[in-house]
Ligand binder design. Structure first.
Ligand SMILES: C[S@@+](CC[C@H](N)C(=O)[O-])C[C@H]1O[C@@H](n2cnc3c(N)ncnc32)[C@H](O)[C@@H]1O
Length: 258
């Protein structure tokens, strides 16, 4: 199965960037008018004006609300960082690290954030007891889910697939040096993963791929096997069970028996 096609809208990061450019152009025009009237803005005021315009445009174009503070602080943060006169190498290294961690986030709209210990414990309660089974974490991050469950349920085989290079490398080292013989992790896309091999499929992704992932799960998973999503439900397919987890994010596990 291929990665789901975009719905024709601009990807949010591209839209955010275009709005920033528009905001700078509008603010520059305002600065030109203000300067002619003898009231030129300071650099910081100009930066905050850019931020306010970018946030307003983002709101008007119905971007998700969490984009608004990002849009507001982007130019002020840029100005503040440039004023520190840091070496360009610092920016290059920071960029390469971000690239290795967030790699395909631009395309997948699924960033790296980690399930809590309490989610791991809730997962434990739904694993098959006293018998061998196969578990997959789709987008396995740094491997915490796999290595934790391998310790509490050693009869399982745990597989992870992760597309971002640095989290993949981290999880690979974690598995190798932690001697978690029942765990394996692969660098690749979850869309190339054959779900028919697993008794339990776990995903903690984002709202964006859930519908396509549900279709894939329905096509490939065997009857009686378990599909679990952390936090993100499937539109129009209510789960058979949900588990509220009392962690920092008030996570919810959604469970479907295929
Ligand atoms: C929210 S994190 C969850 C990490 C881990 N499963 C956990 O619960 O702690 C989602 C992960 O999925 C990865 N990811 C996103 N899209 C992917 C894809 N198409 N194939 C493989 N991994 C993907 C991201 O790089 C990120 O590390």
């Amino acid at each position: 199965m291929r990665v789901p096609k975009p719905d024709g809208r601009l990807p949010p990061p591209v839209l955010a960037l275009l709005l920033q450019i528009t905001a700078v152009a509008v603010a520059a025009f305002a600065q030109y008018v203000a300067a002619r009237a003898g009231h030129a803005l300071s650099l910081l005021s100009f930066a905050f004006l850019c931020g306010a315009i970018a946030a307003l445009l983002s709101h008007l174009l119905k971007m998700d609300t969490w984009w608004l503070p990002i849009q507001f602080v982007f130019v002020p943060a840029l100005v503040a960082t440039l004023s520190l006169s840091l070496s360009p190498t610092v920016f290059l290294v920071a960029f390469l690290i971000m690239l290795a961690v967030y790699w395909s986030t631009f395309r997948t709209q699924v960033p790296l954030y980690l399930s809590s210990n309490k989610v791991w414990q809730a997962l434990e309660t739904r694993l098959p007891a006293g018998q061998p089974f196969a578990f997959v974490d789709l987008g396995s991050g740094i491997g915490g889910v796999l290595t934790h469950l391998a310790q509490t349920h050693p009869l399982g085989r745990y597989h992870g697939v992760e597309s971002a290079p640095l989290p993949f490398l981290w999880s690979w080292l974690r598995i190798k040096f932690g001697r978690h013989a029942q765990c394996t992790v692969r660098w690749g896309s979850l869309w190339d993963c054959d779900l028919s091999q697993y008794d339990v499929v776990f995903a903690y992704l984002s709202p964006v791929p859930m519908e396509a992932l549900w279709n894939k799960a329905r096509q490939e998973m065997r009857p009686g096997t378990l599909f679990i999503s952390n936090t993100f439900a499937v539109p129009e397919h209510p789960p058979q069970e949900s588990i509220a987890v009392e962690d920092l994010h008030n996570s919810t596990l959604y469970l479907w028996r295929m």
